[in-house]
Design a protein around this ligand. Structure first.
Ligand code: SAM
Length: 384
């Protein structure tokens, strides 16, 4: 694979990202056209196959395909998963099951998020989730090494990213640790951007971003509802902003991962008619709203039998078709999870089922809450 061929594939990617509306700013386009993504995939990536028992991840090594095919894969507008359940693609000897724990995100999403974060020349940026280091390198290309600090939780991922970033000629501050604590040494930052999702905004992020600065982070919860929120910090210590219409789903920040599921008991609890159709949880915004109502619940099953479980208290809710076009729910335990979900979903439905961009998040010294329409509208506390 010649350098010229790589450069051509990069340019083709830039053209595609511009045509498809992922990138508008020519300076980000220039960064995508310069940073060699193939350097960030390491020696192997995972390919996904959907099976009856879930997704199976098959390692694909650089040597398994021609240099031409590997470069085409690197410059596809596609996410490449590089680690599953803590096992990197280079370590995996056979197909494995599990949740992705690191990846090189779709370049289109990476640059779209950089634009949504309104990162401008001269800004200092804290990035949470270095991953392969590709987005870190784009930041360095645009802002210069000294302006960029990036934190990665997983030491082996961080090591590989450091090698890739330095081989591409960049030298930002790279930190190994929990990004939820930020990195005080280089604060204050103009922008904070996360490429892993949080259930709520960590306090350290608010302390380390300057007044008037912004936090752009994927939001996610234990029912798997997700979104992208862009917050601006005010000088009274509060922060506020809306969810972006460009919804994203990123892997959760490791300390925010849901606890392992425990057992639940079929047919347990008091039964009544459900006031909503549980299939609403298959709608992206419906799920987002249901999760706001019951943030401690994890969801199993769909449609005919939806089960919600709160591991901490053992509370559970199970919905079933009543055979006559309606739905019943059985609830057990100290939390009435379905009551919480119903209340949130009914509020949203009565408002005319507005899209996720009608919601926003406000953070004050004593609470974080998601609101509908405006800060005075219906609202739900996050589990901060
Ligand atoms: C989607 S990947 C990042 C993609 C990356 N920015 C890129 O362009 O290749 C998310 C990364 O966040 C990391 N991560 C998860 N929780 C974290 C935390 N609490 N602090 C820092 N990094 C974290 C994961 O290990 C993973 O490598």
């Amino acid at each position: 694979m010649t350098a010229l061929r790589s450069a051509r594939l990069r340019q083709a990617l830039v053209t595609r990202l511009m045509t498809e509306g992922y990138v508008h700013d020519r300076r980000w386009a220039e960064a995508v056209g310069t940073v060699p993504r193939e350097a960030f995939l390491g020696g192997a990536v995972f390919r996904a196959t959907n099976t009856e028992s879930g997704t199976l991840w098959t390692p694909l090594r650089r040597g398994d395909v021609s240099a031409e095919e590997w470069a085409e894969l690197a410059y596809a507008n596609q996410t490449w998963v590089t680690q599953v359940g803590g096992i990197t693609a280079i370590e995996a000897l056979q197909p494995i099951a599990g949740a992705p724990t690191s990846s090189s995100t779709l370049p289109g999403i990476v640059v779209r998020m950089l634009e949504i974060a309104q990162i401008a020349d001269g800004d200092s940026v804290l990035e949470i989730g270095t991953g392969t280091g590709y987005s870190t390198a784009l930041l360095c290309r645009r802002l210069g090494d000294r302006a960029v600090t990036s934190i990665e939780y997983d030491p082996s991922v961080a090591r590989q990213a450091e090698e890739a970033i330095s081989s591409a000629g960049y030298a930002p501050t790279l930190v190994v640790g929990d990004g939820l604590a930020g990195y005080d040494e280089n604060a204050e930052y103009d922008r904070l951007i996360a490429t892993c999702s949080v259930r709520y905004v960590p306090a350290a992020w608010l302390w380390q971003v300057r007044d008037g600065g912004t936090i752009t982070t994927p939001f996610w919860g234990w029912m798997n509802g997700s979104g992208l929120v862009h917050l601006t910090l005010a000088d009274d210590g509060t922060a506020s902003g809306r969810f972006d219409p460009f919804g994203v789903a990123f892997m959760p920040a490791r300390p925010h991962v849901a606890p392992p599921l425990s057992h639940y008991l079929i047919g347990r609890g008091e039964q009544r008619e459900s006031r909503i159709d549980p299939n609403i949880l298959d709608d992206t915004t419906g799920l987002f709203v249901a999760q706001l109502g019951a943030p401690s619940a994890q969801r199993m099953g769909t449609g005919d039998e939806t089960v919600l479980l709160d591991v901490a208290t053992g509370s559970q809710a199970t919905t079933r078709s009543d055979g006559a076009g309606g739905w019943t729910v059985r609830q057990h335990g100290p939390l009435r999870l379905w009551d919480q979900v119903e209340q949130a979903v009914l509020t949203w439905q009565e408002a005319g089922r507005p899209p996720q961009s009608s919601f926003g998040l406000t953070i004050t010294s004593d609470r974080q809450y998601v609101w509908l329409d405006d800060d005075g509208g219906p609202n739900w506390n996050l589990p901060a």
